[in-house]
Design a protein around this ligand. Structure first.
Ligand code: ADP
Length: 276
């Protein structure tokens, strides 16, 4: 039982597996991977939700193609959008981007709880993927603390400077006693539209770090111009219907995550949060 569960019961009893997706810093493709992981799980037949808690990078409405669509309300509760096969709530659609002050310190906790948990009608789900704010500060920590996490996924790019940040993210989840289910290496290498491959950032860096930290490696996602274009166009379904290499990379990551969740389940089930 988590810290929040102990004090107030499980806030999301209808969700089997709540999984946080974090990164040591912004810009590594955390939101992109979180969304496509949710898509991959849904395409494997799991009922999947996406909680977009990244208040600093409100890119999810664009990536889902729902920018400007008013949220649907039911008796004062928010009903998640159902798009591309996933149930999604994006905080970017709910808060004013020019009011970042409320996100400092403990107030973030209350705002997240109210917007994403108490006032949202999440359906029964096999997986709820939570796109955390980047970094390892108070704000991502607050969001993790209120959720009954099954585990966490860390997104990293392969170069050493980015890996140092990823190691900090892994430490954050360890402090929370949230099992790190794996690392995903994003932007492993570049695939040109003609199909040639360039190693830009040092392919394999994140895999090596995962090995050193004793954490599972969930897979590599190369840089595909097509992925960026589909994201900008709000059409993530295309990622699974165009270049088979892109689809295979995304499916591998989703399959490996399911395997790690099942393993985790066999080893001990719910995690305990011991943050003082
Ligand atoms: P973060 O959430 O870490 O800040 P985003 O997911 O918003 O990062 O990604 C930043 C930008 O990089 C976006 O324009 C996104 O489309 C692009 N991007 C991320 N990963 C890839 C990739 N593997 N191939 C191509 N573009 C990518």
């Amino acid at each position: 039982m988590s810290h929040s569960q102990a004090s107030s019961g499980n806030p999301l009893p209808q969700v089997k597996n709540v999984i946080a997706v974090g990164a040591g810093k912004g810009g590594v493709g955390k939101s992109t991977v979180a969304l496509n992981l949710a898509m991959g799980l849904s395409r494997l037949g799991h009922k999947t939700g996406l909680m977009d808690g990244d208040i600093y990078g409100p890119s999810m409405p664009t990536m889902l193609g729902i920018r400007g669509t008013p949220p649907q309300l039911d008796g004062g509760h928010l009903v998640p959008f159902f798009v591309h096969g996933i149930h999604a709530v994006t905080i970017g659609a709910l808060v004013e981007a020019d009011k970042p002050l409320i996100w400092r310190g403990p107030m973030a906790h209350g705002a997240f709880k109210q917007l994403l948990v108490d006032q949202t009608k999440w359906p029964e789900l096999d997986y709820l993927i939570v796109d955390l704010p980047p970094g390892t500060g108070d704000v991502p920590l607050s969001l993790c603390q209120l959720l009954p996490l099954k585990g966490a996924v860390v997104i990293a790019t392969p170069q050493q400077v980015a890996l140092d940040d990823a190691i900090r993210a892994v430490s954050m989840f360890k402090t929370l006693n949230a099992p790190v289910l794996g690392i995903v290496e994003n932007m492993s290498y570049f695939v040109s539209p003609e199909g040639s491959i360039s190693d830009i950032f040092g392919r394999g860096g994140a895999q090596k770090t995962a090995q050193e930290l004793g954490i599972p490696f969930l897979g590599e996602l190369p840089m595909f111009p097509e992925l960026r274009i589909n994201s900008d166009n709000g059409n993530p379904t295309r990622n699974f219907e165009g270049d088979p290499r892109l689809r295979e990379a995304l499916e591998t990551i989703a399959n490996n995550l399911v395997a790690q969740v099942n393993l985790q389940q066999m080893q001990g089930g719910e995690i305990r949060l011991n943050v003082k």
